[in-house]
Design a protein around this ligand. Structure first.
Ligand code: GLU
Length: 501
């Protein structure tokens, strides 16, 4: 058993083959939480050995996503550390050395079979419907002379692991009971490929050992790789870390795997799968943290809400629920609203800036200095679920011209003529009134009375005239944000539209 007194060292080991996924983020978060809980170290290691699948900007995306979630790694790219390099592509000599050592010990061997031979072998196995598709161990029994001939002929080779030919492999997972795996299933997997790069399995085991990883927390799709890893640890004579395979996250309906993304139109909402997409959709990292931590773990039976600090105080691997769970997306919306409401309005304004800038095509700088911003943000804070909803509510204050369907100016139950009269009267009043909420409230309500229209009708006309919308922030605040001059100018324009009806 591993020495439990050792400092906890956990790692996130993504392959830079795509953008950082929701499931990867949950794995990273649990690793991070466990490190913080135990005073251990959280390591980021980049598993870039599959050269054919590299996606150039994915490394940046992985780091940006982790930083956005505030899951800072203690060792790894950009920060360094005593166990580097943290890119597997920079550790090739280590893998070669251990490959050779295994060969010398008779625990691995060079295989010279061509890809064509392997493919033909597989096709045959498939055609015969054999239960196990795999290598036939042809090169495992080559004689020294045969090997020498093949080497002399310049044949390319891979290094394969000589798995035990029979028997079963058992291992312990902290979260679930594991049935023994049949060794025959693993027909001498490749450790080092013809391009000199190690396979995932080999590099992963070597690095976890040399980086002194104590606990391996990762998605349960890796469970079937563990028997091979365990045999490798044994062959290398190394201590086996603690395994905890985290539950699968299913799509919101609880049916399919999350990775199978639905596109818009294909039966519902587009499912966001990458952290960058949640970020772009206006979710707060605080909400995302809480949400991800709640998938498979619970801070308390009474509430879904907890802070980062609370999670660190209570997190325990033993409390992770190993059952796969559906992605509770509606909970995320609700949580996000909760965290938005809890922000200091100035902080919220700052976080809204990039969203407003993009949607309004205006520089952040000019938006930041616009006096309408601090007036409007507190007015919409209560109702925002995501940051990207703000622009549609408050854009009217940041543009010169608003456009809308003039029919919207005709209040329900009123004619255009009566709507015009109400708007004109309100305009005259607004030219005189103190431009504050208290200054406008009583006189405008009194006006509605005198005109014999409902307050809702009058305010509705004014809302459309000044914002171009039926749904906008509270009316007085909207007008204050615009200022008297722009409010009156917009009323005058609306009067003109009504006159033309
Ligand atoms: N490189 C693997 C991945 O992309 C790492 C799996 C593991 O944590 O062992 O998920």
């Amino acid at each position: 058993m591993p020495d439990t007194n050792r400092t906890v060292r956990v790692r996130m080991a993504p392959s830079p083959t795509g953008y950082f996924h929701l499931g990867s983020a949950r794995t990273a978060l649990f690793n991070w939480l466990y490190a913080r809980r135990t005073g251990g170290r959280f390591i980021l290691r980049i598993e870039d050995t599959d050269r054919t699948r590299l996606v150039p900007d994915s490394l940046q995306d992985i780091m940006d996503s982790l930083r956005w979630l505030d899951l800072q790694w203690d060792e790894g790219p950009a920060v360094g550390g005593a166990y580097g390099p943290y890119f597997q592509s920079e550790r090739l000599p280590l893998y070669h050395e251990w490959g050779e050592r295994l060969i010398s010990a008779g625990l691995a061997y060079r295989c010279y079979c061509s890809e064509e031979r392997i493919e033909a072998l597989r096709e045959g196995q498939r055609a015969r419907k054999e239960p196990i598709i795999g290598y036939d161990r042809h090169c495992r029994t080559l004689t020294a002379a045969q090997r020498a001939d093949l080497e002399a002929s310049g044949a390319t080779s891979v290094i394969r692991f000589a798995m035990p030919l029979e028997g079963e492999t058992r291992f312990v997972d902290l979260l679930r009971k594991i049935k023994p795996f049949d060794n025959d299933h693993y027909r001498d997997p490749i450790l080092v490929k013809t391009d000199g790069f190690p396979t995932y399995h080999f590099a992963n085991v070597i690095d976890d050992h040399f980086m002194e990883i104590t606990h391996i927390l990762r998605g349960d799709e890796w469970l079937s790789s563990v028997p091979l890893h365990v045999n490798l640890y044994d062959a290398l004579g190394w201590e086996i870390p603690v395994f905890a395979h985290l539950p699968l996250i299913l799509d919101p309906s609880g049916v399919g795997k999350l990775s199978k993304r639905k596109k818009k139109g294909e039966g519902g909402e587009e499912l966001l799968t990458f952290i960058r997409e949640y970020r772009a959709a206006g979710y707060l990292p605080e909400a995302m943290f809480n949400f991800l931590a709640g998938m498979g773990w619970a801070y308390s039976p009474d509430t879904d809400l907890f802070t980062r600090r609370q999670a660190i105080e209570r997190f325990d691997l033993a409390d992770i629920n190993p059952a796969a769970g559906a992605l509770p997306l509606s909970k995320l919306e609700w949580m996000n609203g909760h965290y938005i409401r809890g922000l200091d309005p100035e902080d919220l304004a700052e976080r809204l800036l990039p969203f407003l800038a993009e949607s309004l095509a205006q520089p952040i700088e000019s938006l930041w200095h616009n006096p309408a911003l601090p007036v409007l943000v507190p007015l919409i804070q209560e109702r925002l679920k995501t940051l990207d909803e703000a622009a549609a509510l408050i854009d009217f204050a940041f543009v010169e011209e608003i456009s809308y369907d003039p029919q919207m100016l005709v209040a329900k139950g009123l004619t255009p003529v009566l709507s015009l009269a109400a708007l004109q009267a309100a305009g005259s009043l607004l030219a005189e009134l103190p431009f504050t909420e208290e200054g406008m409230d009583v006189p405008l309500r009194g006006l509605a009375d005198r005109l014999g229209v409902k307050v809702g009708q009058l305010f509705g006309i004014l809302r459309v005239a000044t914002t171009g919308k039926n749904i906008a922030p509270p009316l007085f605040g909207s007008m204050i944000a615009l200022g008297r001059a722009r409010t009156l100018a917009r009323c005058a324009q609306a009067e003109e539209l009504l006159r033309r009806m």
